[in-house]
Design a protein around this ligand. Structure first.
Ligand code: CMC
Length: 387
């Protein structure tokens, strides 16, 4: 797919050589500075920044659809508590059509009539699912969402409140979470978004298509990279290395030794999200008074790699995952939940891409061809004659 424009899209513009990322024309740094996750989600999905009324209505729809049917808890409770959070998340998302059959008919025309509601359910409930998965793994009771709370505060409440004591998020924490989610809102035809489009092109409903995207996101080269970065930083820390040994190993080209959080399938320059999140990392940790040794290791690694011929000649720069894990850790989100956080952030991108597929009157099922490199024709040999 490296040289294939696999679809027409009006959602996200990405110029990898120059490190440019824009959603619906708006540069990512402006959105990061002035917008928030919910507003950017609206922009990505509907194509325009919302008017005050649209923003209010969208927020209300998200708030109204945050709670999860109690039967869905049983799906979660069927999992071993140490199961992968992404496996649990994809199972919960793929169960959504069963609970909203009228919105998920596998008929584009019918499903598009209910699109606004289905989109709000997907965004809001994926967030609730993630909080539920965290609580389930910790053996804690589920916390119901609170209608009066904004999106990120509500998530933090569902994650960290106790039945006898509300967790009140510090404004810095909610702001940082907004930023992390916003920076993940969409990213052109990445592996999971292409998967959503691929599955959606068969007229599969929105929820089913998103659940396929969640599965694609789970891999360590995609959404799992933020976890891999933290493992890498932690092992460097544990070994007392300043990063020099690790860089040497990464350059050796052996499998399993890549400098995680570096390089990108499209960017041949700084990932603009990495710049924003790297700066935010310092700010957030300072404000929260956290001194994380992994942050200094990350900075040393970055500086060393940016001066190293191996990385320079291959145009390998930090990507968004290089610093996102450090921020999430500072917010109290455990490492095994990082990829699920990516899924909350990426939901608007999945939805917007599915919408493009579903509303394209000239759309056809996606069916790429291949370059066949197998045997030419040969005749069947009976089993007795095979050695
Ligand atoms: N560390 C060391 N060497 C690397 C790295 C790395 N992180 N990334 C690429 N290379 C080497 C690669 O081995 C190849 O070397 P050579 O030319 O000697 O064979 C060369 O650089 C070019 O690789 P590429 O074609 O740019 O890489 P790719 O497009 O096949 O893979 C990637 C892109 C993101 C999978 C890869 O850079 C990687 O594995 N990075 C680490 C994992 C990571 O951080 N992933 C998150 C991506 S951003 C979030 C998202 O979109 O999901």
């Amino acid at each position: 797919y490296g040289n294939t424009g696999s679809c027409d899209s009006k959602i996200t513009y990405l110029d990898g050589d120059n490190g440019i990322l824009r959603h619906r024309g708006y540069p990512i740094d402006q959105l990061a500075r002035y917008s928030d996750f919910v507003e950017t989600a609206y922009l990505v999905i509907y194509g325009e920044l919302p008017t005050p009324t649209q923003r209010k209505d969208f927020g209300l729809l998200l708030r109204k659809n945050a709670a999860v049917e109690t039967q869905m808890q049983k799906i979660l409770e069927g999992f071993p508590t140490n199961a992968s959070p992404m496996a649990m998340l994809s199972a919960l998302v793929s169960a959504l059509p069963a609970y909203h059959a009228d919105l998920a008919t596998n008929n584009f025309e019918k499903d598009m009539k209910h699109f606004d509601l289905a989109a709000a359910i997907a965004i809001s409930k994926i967030r609730t699912f993630v909080a539920m998965i965290y609580r389930y793994q910790k053996g804690l009771p589920f916390m119901f969402p609170k209608q009066e709370l904004p999106f990120c505060d509500n998530f933090l409440h569902m994650m960290f409140s106790e039945p006898y004591k509300d967790y009140i998020a510090m404004p810095e924490v909610a702001k940082a979470l907004n930023l992390v989610l916003l920076l993940h809102a969409d990213h052109e035809q990445n592996c999971s978004t292409s998967t959503v489009r691929m599955v959606g092109s068969s007229a599969a409903n929105l929820f089913t298509s998103i659940s396929a995207g969640v599965c694609a996101l789970s891999g360590p080269l995609h959404g799992g990279a933020n976890v891999a970065v933290m493992h890498m930083l932690q092992s460097i820390h544990d070994e007392g290395d300043d990063g020099t040994r690790f860089i040497a190993a990464a350059k050796s080209g052996t499998k399993g030794n890549r400098l995680m959080g570096f390089g990108h399938a499209v960017y041949r320059n700084f990932d603009p999200r990495a710049k924003i999140i790297g700066e935010a990392c310092d700010e957030v940790l300072n404000k929260l008074g956290i001194d994380d040794p992994l942050l200094s290791i990350a900075k040393n690694l970055e500086q060393a790699a940016l001066k190293d011929d191996y990385f320079i000649s291959r145009k390998l720069y930090p990507n968004v995952d290089f610093y996102s894990g450090i921020i999430m850790r500072a917010l109290g989100i455990p490492m095994n939940m990082f990829t699920t956080m990516f899924a909350i952030g990426r939901a608007p991108g999945y939805i917007a891409n599915w919408r493009e597929v579903a509303s394209n009157p000239k759309g056809r099922i996606y069916r790429p061809r291949q370059i066949y490199v197998g045997h030419t024709k040969r005749d069947y040999v009976s089993i007795a004659k095979r050695t």
